[in-house]
Design a protein. Structure first.
Length: 187
């Protein structure tokens, strides 16, 4: 993947660029917000992970992921809130990805929420391998998105800089609350 304007102008494409260029093949990965399955499919196709777990609370998400991805031995969909990750995963993980907000073409009243995201992040930080990545795309253009930006942002700002490198990729001068990406690397 070549670094282009399309990548730097789209946080999801930027997250995919980071995955493709910073992560090895055969990783252990976790899509914390499976949605329609696009991030999961990208990781499966580009990185051939040993295992990719995908979480979502909506049955519609499970149906869409299964339709897009099909049956793969290295893909496991978990129909549960990502805050419950420790019920399902004990092994170290190399990559976690979040795409916050609501399910595209779904019920917009069902969104991720900052409390659940923070709770899941605490678990992810413990499960993250050294040099592993957590990528989070935020959408502050709706009410819960503003809460996620504020409270998840405060949580991330307070991570120990000797253990985690946190970078925010955002459009500093754009109006209307544009989406942005935060990456966390365990050093």
């Amino acid at each position: 993947m070549i670094y282009t304007d399309e990548i730097i102008n789209n946080p999801v494409k930027l997250s995919h660029y980071l995955i493709e260029n910073r992560m090895e093949n055969n990783i252990r990965a976790c899509d914390m917000t499976a949605g329609n399955g696009n991030d999961s499919k990208f990781i499966l196709d580009k990185k051939n992970p040993k295992i990719l777990y995908a979480f979502d609370i909506q049955k519609l998400s499970k149906e869409r992921c299964e339709k897009l991805i099909g049956q793969r031995d290295n893909f496991k969909f978990i129909l549960d809130d990502h805050k419950n990750i420790e019920k399902y995963i004990e092994e170290k993980i190399d990559l976690f990805i979040y795409n916050l907000g609501f399910l595209p073409k779904g019920d917009k009243s069902i969104t991720t929420n900052y409390k659940s995201v923070i709770q899941s992040l605490k678990s992810c930080l413990n499960l993250l391998n050294e040099n592993g990545l957590i990528l989070i795309t935020f959408y502050p253009g709706h009410d819960e998105g503003k809460n996620e930006e504020k409270y998840v942002g405060e949580f991330l700002k307070n991570l120990d800089q000797k253990t985690f490198q946190v970078i925010k990729y955002n459009f500093y001068n754009q109006i209307n609350n544009p989406p942005f990406l935060i990456s966390i690397r365990k050093v």
